[in-house]
Each structure stands twice: as C-alpha cells, then as structure tokens.
Design a binder for this molecule. Structure first.
Ligand code: ADP
Length: 163
C-alpha cells in the first residue's frame, strides 16, 4: 500500500494545495495532509484546529485523504504514520535547490525509509500561495479565484471575530 504525507502550513488551504491533493489521491492509496505550525511564520491567520476543520470539509468527498496536525518535523510524522513518501509542491524552479536539500535531509533522518515526491499544480493554480490569499483578503480584494468558497466564508467569519 502506498501512503504519502503532504505537510504544510495550509494557512489557508488554497486551490493550488487542493490541486496537489487531487493529483496525489489519484496516484497513491492514501494521502495524509499534515497541518504543521511553522515557527518562522508566526501565529498565523487561522489556528491549527481551524485549518484542520476547513480541510476536513474540503476533503470530505475524497475517501483516501485524511488530515492530521502535528508539531516538529514532517519526516517524523511520516515515519509515525508509516508513509512511504512526503509530497512537496513546486512553484516554478525558484525553490528547487532548497527542496532537494530537504529531500536529502528527510532521507537521512528516516534511514532512507521516507522518500520525497514533487508535484506541480495545474498552470492556473501554479502561483497561488497562502500568503497571496491573506494579503489579497487584507486589502479587501476578491480571493475567490484562489480558494474554495468554504475558505472564504471562514476567513470572513474570523475577521469579524477578531475585529
Ligand atoms: P505556502 O502555500 O504558504 O507556500 P504551505 O506550507 O502551506 O505554504 O505549502 C505546503 C506545500 O504545498 C509546499 O510544498 C508548497 O510548496 C506547496 N504548494 C503551495 N502552493 C502551491 C502551488 N500553487 N503549487 C504547487 N505547490 C504548492
């Protein structure tokens, strides 16, 4: 059985992320989305729990996809959940070198048990990122091309709560 872990901040989950999940779910038996707190990115827009709830709704029709959250290294979660590989999405080639370094590190840290597989989103979602979504939303501009309606609704709800 092929099981893969797709780690990220997903703050929030974009159509780019969803496109990667859809591609992976067609290739592998099981896809586990791991929502991780990235200390370098600060507290974020949504809490980890909120991000997980949103993702849960987005994937409820995909029966080989599930979502978990965690602290620490993605490779440790991959080992814990017996995943054969970690999925990374690529945007252009700008982060390629860094990703190869991470691939090597994940191999070393897992005793060569956990490999890394790279995906490209469909062209229309290629350059969508969570930070673009947050910034576009902050400027009160339309984000519907970047995220599913559930995400937009939750962002509006969260903004009302925070205000
Ligand atoms: P962000 O979207 O802010 O870069 P994440 O940590 O949530 O950050 O991303 C999780 C993973 O999804 C990373 O491997 C990232 O490169 C990938 N990813 C995000 N958006 C896209 C996209 N539009 N196309 C391809 N990969 C993507």
């Amino acid at each position: 059985m092929t099981k893969v872990l797709y780690p990220g901040s997903f703050d929030p989950m974009t159509k780019g992320h969803m496109n990667i999940v859809e591609q992976a779910s067609q290739l592998f038996d099981e896809v586990i989305i791991a929502v991780l707190q990235n200390p370098l990115k600060g507290p974020g827009f949504f809490t980890l729990e909120e991000r997980m709830e949103i993702i849960q709704e987005l994937i409820h029709r995909m029966n080989n996809v599930k979502v978990i959250s965690g602290n620490g290294a993605a490779v440790d979660l991959a080992i814990l959940h017996e995943c054969n590989a970690i999925i990374r999405g690529l945007r252009g080639i700008s982060n390629f070198d860094e990703e190869i370094g991470l691939l090597q590190w994940n191999r070393e840290q897992s005793n060569h048990q956990v490999n890394t597989v790279f995906f490209y989103a469909e062209p229309e979602y290629q350059y969508v990122s969570s930070s673009v979504v947050r910034e576009t939303f902050r400027l009160d501009k339309d984000i519907s091309q970047y995220v599913e309606p559930i995400v937009e609704t939750q962002m509006i709800r969260k903004r009302r709560l925070v205000k």
